[in-house]
Design a protein around this ligand. Structure first.
Ligand SMILES: Cc1ncc(COP(=O)(O)O)c(C=O)c1O
Length: 401
């Protein structure tokens, strides 16, 4: 397994501005190859799909390639890759289509660890249908989401379990496979939010037991588009609202209006890029992705040990979350400073870090920090290096005493 962070960083033009980009959990930078792919699509000429001329066929080809690339990244079927503008938009779309078949007395199980995009669409759909909502609770001291609690939350009336594959603030990676096994035994579907998880290591939608698996390309070096991946047979059972003349095929049935074809060329380039993070990886693109993302994860975790260990030694810092399995994502507060003031202090030292609830609305409410501005999030992705971590730690240390 090989990972050379210097080589990787040189592929990202934005990283040359001297900032430590620790804001990857809110969106990553893109490598030059992604910029080139998007510009190249426009330069070459693209048309709307379905026409009799080459520019139109090029767009159709890009869409097909994009589905294959996303399927390779997550271990899915290209025919079950629904593309759209964001995970939030797609989740609302799927919630509307799924809940059309649900009724009064049916149940959904959602988790208080989740980003609001995997909470509110289900809560609102459930309210419209007169359904019962059951909450899975994280252990606030550790950030874990114990899988055992699902035994008591599920019933024969459970229609769907929505759960994150990784918390976007605490980094917690719940035991999704164990949760999904329980959901399936109860006859429920699973909707897995992998927006944060997919950026930080190998992912396998089938192994996780995800019936519907959501990911956003802008979290893993791609442009601002997203996908929900499912078994085409499941999608074929759903009838989303759509225009009369638009395709009724799966997955097109779920995709509204004209799609951002050039951005999809960027998604393909991003997946190709991720597959080369371990330059020694061989085999199919899926195999190279698994090896490369494992190498990237090892790199992130090595740096994260320094980052989280450094914060732990600082008496003026309170860190949230210490799950056994977590992404390289730190969420912390500094005594006597608002999260915004800490982020501003760091920004003045050329460190990009987020402050706030980061849409982990229920979780930060339960932690009792939401109304006071949440906390500071510093997250690592594959292109971060030791100097990024050192600069963050020096900046936070300056705020002590
Ligand atoms: C874990 C998680 N889920 C969902 C979302 C929402 O994704 P999108 O911006 O594509 O709607 C985010 C965005 O930050 C996220 O981190």
């Amino acid at each position: 397994m090989t990972f050379e962070v210097g080589r990787v960083r040189a592929l990202y033009p934005a990283l040359a501005d001297g900032y430590a980009y620790l804001d990857g959990a809110a969106g990553t930078q893109v490598p030059q190859a992604v910029v080139d792919a998007i510009a190249g699509a426009y330069r070459q000429g693209i048309g709307n799909v379905g026409g009799a001329f080459p520019a139109s066929r090029r767009s159709g080809g890009i869409v097909a390639e994009c589905r294959r690339a996303v399927a390779d990244l997550v271990g899915g079927d290209p025919d079950g890759v629904v593309l759209g503008p964001s995970m939030t938009a797609l989740t609302y779309r799927l919630a509307a289509a799924l809940s059309a078949g649900w009724g009064e007395g049916d149940e959904v199980v959602i988790s208080r660890l989740d980003h609001d995009a995997n909470v509110r669409p289900w809560l609102q759909a459930a309210a419209r249908r007169g359904m019962t909502v059951r909450w899975a609770e994280p252990d606030l001291a550790t950030g874990e989401l114990p899988a055992g609690q699902y035994d008591a939350l599920l019933s024969p009336r459970t229609r769907l379990v929505a759960v994150t594959a990784a918390s976007n603030v605490l980094g917690t990676r719940p035991e999704v496979a164990a949760i999904a096994a329980r959901a399936h035994a109860a006859g429920a579907l699973t909707y897995v939010d992998a927006v944060h998880a997919a950026a930080h290591g190998p992912v396998d939608a089938a192994a996780l037991g995800a019936d519907l698996f959501a990911t956003s390309a802008y979290k893993w070096s791609g442009p601002h588009v997203a996908a929900v991946v499912a078994d085409p047979a499941l999608l074929a059972r759903l009838r989303p609202d759509k225009l009369e003349p638009s395709p009724d095929r799966v997955p097109e049935r779920f995709e509204r209006g004209t799609l951002p074809f050039a951005d999809f060329a960027g998604v393909v380039a991003a997946v190709e890029h991720l597959a080369t993070l371990d330059p020694d990886a061989t085999g199919t693109r899926r195999e190279r992705l698994l090896a490369s993302m494992a190498a990237a994860e090892a790199h992130e975790q090595e740096l994260f040990a320094v980052l989280s260990g450094g914060l732990e030694t600082m008496g003026h810092v309170t860190s949230y979350g210490k799950a056994a399995s977590r992404t390289a994502t730190a969420y912390f507060n500094v005594a006597g400073r608002t999260p915004r003031a800490v982020a501003a202090h760091l920004a003045a030292r050329k460190v990009n870090a987020w402050n706030g609830h980061n849409y982990a609305w229920e979780l930060t409410g339960a932690l009792g920090i939401r109304d006071a501005g949440g906390a500071v999030r510093a997250g690592l992705v594959h292109y971060n290096d030791r100097s990024d971590v050192d600069r963050l730690l020096e900046g936070v240390a300056e705020l002590g005493g």
